[in-house]
Unconditional design. Structure first.
Length: 135
């Protein structure tokens, strides 16, 4: 019986050591799992912050574009390019190119030609001055 005590004590220590090792492994596995979960969450946060910054930049550029497109200057320039004008304005549409090789003659009156040009034509270009019709 005397020899039986150290063996029991030895077997109890082995069982306690095995239990401690198993508990240590379970706790270590839990901590490792939490560490990996926290790492994934931090990566997701960093990715979402980068995405948020990109979306903010896109939003700012979109707002700038909206401001530009809705400004009265832009609307007026687009309307003028389309051949529209403000109320009370007279539009002159200039067409490029020659119409079928034909020449058109226009009749100018004294009131259509500026006064300095009329004086120039009177003194230096008698033919052009003669073409002016009196109204």
């Amino acid at each position: 019986m005397v020899n039986d005590r150290p063996k029991r004590r030895h077997s109890k220590l082995r069982i306690a050591a095995v239990i401690h090792i198993v508990l240590f492994l379970l706790i270590g596995f839990g901590f490792g799992e939490e560490y990996l979960r926290n790492k994934d969450i931090e990566d997701q946060i960093a990715r979402m912050q980068a995405e948020n910054a990109e979306l903010d930049a896109d939003r700012l550029s979109s707002l700038k574009l909206i401001d530009t497109l809705s400004s009265s200057y832009y609307v007026e320039s687009e309307a003028r390019q389309s051949g529209m004008g403000k109320p009370g304005e007279q539009l002159i549409i200039v067409q490029e190119g020659v119409l079928n090789g034909s020449t058109t003659t226009t009749t100018s009156t004294h009131s259509d030609v500026p006064n300095p040009l009329r004086w120039y034509q009177y003194f230096f270009d008698h033919d052009a001055f003669a073409e002016l019709t009196n109204v």
